[in-house]
Ligand binder design. Structure first.
Ligand SMILES: NC(=O)C1=CN([C@@H]2O[C@H](COP(=O)(O)OP(=O)(O)OC[C@H]3O[C@@H](n4cnc5c(N)ncnc54)[C@H](O)[C@@H]3O)[C@@H](O)[C@H]2O)[C@@H](O)CC1
Ligand SMILES: Nc1ncnc2c1ncn2[C@@H]1O[C@H](COP(=O)(O)OP(=O)(O)O)[C@@H](O)[C@H]1O
Ligand SMILES: [K+]
Length: 508
């Protein structure tokens, strides 16, 4: 599913109006009907409603919703903020319709002075001040109103976007002046800023309402950002022939686990083995040998000459993919072995965790990474890699997108919505996964899965997309069965077969 910018949403609006065809005011009426239905489904008509409408089309939506709620016997007080004496055409029409509607008892047009109504617990505030047309942070009277609403104990429903929140970049926004909604009913598509964790407190519970914008219009608009849909994965799936043998299914190498971190190597190796690969070899320090042999009997060992850390690059000629980094430690000799390994390897590589941390301490090496390398940093690891602190997720994402293009790399910025930044400048958000996965070792499992898929024969982009999706899906199935609190990284491996079964079962 594509994610559109504010400017593209306006284009899509225009396209729908021209091609459906439908009058702009009727499209607003359709949006308002969807919003009203969503509100009346949740709150009965004994709920007192206060509607705050702004001067643009978000305000127009709000006025239309106020009229429809009043017609359904809700008690509605409406405040329209017309500070600059300029309303959008559709907002003007809806002001007219509202004043002609006998059911609306309280309507105030605020031109300069504003005496705010009492907002109490049990009341419903409909926030229709600003939506996708916001072009600067809120200030002055609007900022005061937002603070007033946020301090109240009323329930707040935002139309399309919590007022004050930009649809994309909030790096320089004033966060105290953004509505904190309990529920956001967004129109047609999720906005980019909804994917960033720091904005969850503004959005509250998110619901997307279909308002029938043109499907052809959406198809024709090209975007950099999208959300992965399961159906996009179906044509990418490779099938296992009946006559396959392990030699056809790929040979993966996992380089992981310093002494005391054998668990990271075990998790990555087990996850790799569960991802369809023919054979997995693990390179780990001598002292981890026994525990590895016992924990993962299917894996072949390639023991480093050092007792406790990775010290020597492996001859990589026989491997179809390499995953390097989980629990590796950050000894200087491990860093040298890491870059030597990267230089010597022809096969696709996934770098994670300490592998990334060691690159961060030798940032000049980034230029030596082969095209198509996959890196899977969590936000802190990415900051170290970029050598920069970012004030918000948008800034971090923009930097990762730039790095992916410069290095011709695939960067998975991990999080609730992990974002795959591709060398061609596109960014795909992964919709699967849940907070139960916020547990040590989850990332090691992802490294194992992607390495396995690469060795199995998937191209980098496909391995990343399938890997992120399956990893999150396994987490979702685990959470469904165990509850989010109790999920541990091993569960992601245990439930991985069910995730594969779900996805591959559909297309077989
Ligand atoms: N395609 C869609 O998705 C549809 C969108 N509709 C609604 O239209 C909204 C977008 O409408 P608009 O483009 O008119 O934009 P808005 O209603 O979000 O606001 C635009 C108005 O606010 C002013 N403004 C912007 N930032 C300001 C600030 N910081 N302080 C004071 N004034 C500021 C602008 O000058 C302009 O007058 C959507 O959010 C949605 O609610 C619906 O009517 C139907 C269809
Ligand atoms: N709240 C969450 N929602 C969805 N996925 C999550 C959440 N928290 C963590 N994850 C996933 O779990 C993994 C954690 O990786 P990472 O931080 O590297 O953990 P570790 O280093 O302990 O292995 C990532 O793939 C991330 O997307
Ligand atoms: K709004």
């Amino acid at each position: 599913m594509k994610i559109f910018t504010g400017a593209q949403i306006r284009e899509l609006d225009k396209y729908t109006i021209e091609h459906e065809p439908i009058k702009s005011i009727d499209l607003m009426e359709r949006a308002a009907r969807a919003l009203t239905r969503a509100i009346t489904d949740r709150w009965g008509n004994c709920t007192k409603v206060v509607v705050f409408a702004g001067p643009g089309n978000n305000g127009g939506d709000a006025l239309a919703v106020a009229r429809m709620l009043a017609e359904r016997k809700y008690s509605v007080s409406v405040y329209l903020f017309n500070i600059s004496g300029k309303l959008s055409d559709d907002c003007t029409t809806n002001r007219q319709r509202l004043t002609e509607c006998k059911a609306v008892k309280e309507f105030t047009e605020v031109i300069n002075e504003f005496d705010p109504p009492k907002l109490e617990s049990g009341m419903l505030v409909v926030d229709g001040l600003f939506g996708s047309g916001l072009n600067k942070p809120l200030a002055g009277g609007f900022a005061s109103l937002v603070k007033y609403i946020n301090q109240s104990s009323a329930t707040v429903v935002s139309i399309d976007v919590p007022s004050g929140l930009m649809t994309e970049d909030n790096t320089y926004n004033v966060r105290a002046n953004i509505i904190k909604a309990n529920v956001t009913f967004t129109l047609q598509n999720k906005k980019l800023s909804f994917f960033f964790p720091e904005n969850q407190k503004f959005i509250g519970e998110l619901n997307v309402l279909d308002i029938g914008l043109s499907k052809d219009g959406m198809k024709s608009l090209s975007t950099h950002y999208s959300v992965l849909e399961e159906s996009e994965l179906y044509p990418r799936i490779l099938h296992r022939g009946d006559y396959s043998h392990k030699g056809d299914m790929g040979h993966a190498l996992i380089i992981a686990g310093s002494y005391g971190m054998a668990g990271a190597a075990i998790l990555a190796t087990k996850a790799c083995l569960r991802s369809g690969v023919g054979k997995v070899t693990v390179c780990t320090p001598r002292r981890n040998n026994d525990i590895m042999q016992v924990s993962v009997p299917e894996a072949v060992m390639c023991i480093d000459k050092e007792e406790t850390y990775f010290s020597e690059a492996v001859d990589a000629t026989d491997f179809d993919a390499i995953g390097i980094g989980p629990g590796l430690g950050q000894q200087e000799s491990s860093a040298i072995a890491l870059i030597t390994q990267i230089r010597r390897t022809q096969a696709p590589i996934v770098i994670d965790a300490d592998g990334l941390n060691m690159l961060s301490s030798h940032r000049a090496w980034l230029q030596q990474l082969p095209h198509g390398i996959i890196m899977t940093p969590h936000p802190k690891e990415y900051e170290r890699l970029a050598g920069n602190h970012f004030s918000d997720s948008y800034e971090r994402l923009a930097s990762a997108m730039d790095m992916a293009e410069r290095l011709h790399a695939f960067i998975i910025l991990k999080g609730h919505y992990s974002a795959l930044c591709m060398p061609d400048g596109n960014i795909v958000f992964n919709p699967t996964g849940n907070a139960g996965m916020a547990t040590a070792g989850s990332g090691d499992v992802l490294t194992g899965i992607i390495t396995g898929l690469l060795a199995r024969g998937y191209k980098q982009a496909d391995a990343c997309l399938l890997g992120m999706y399956l990893h999150g899906l396994s987490g979702d199935i685990a959470a469904q069965s165990l509850g989010v609190e109790s999920v541990v990284a091993s569960d992601l491996i245990n439930y991985l077969p069910q995730a594969f079964k779900h996805l591959y079962g559909i297309v077989s």
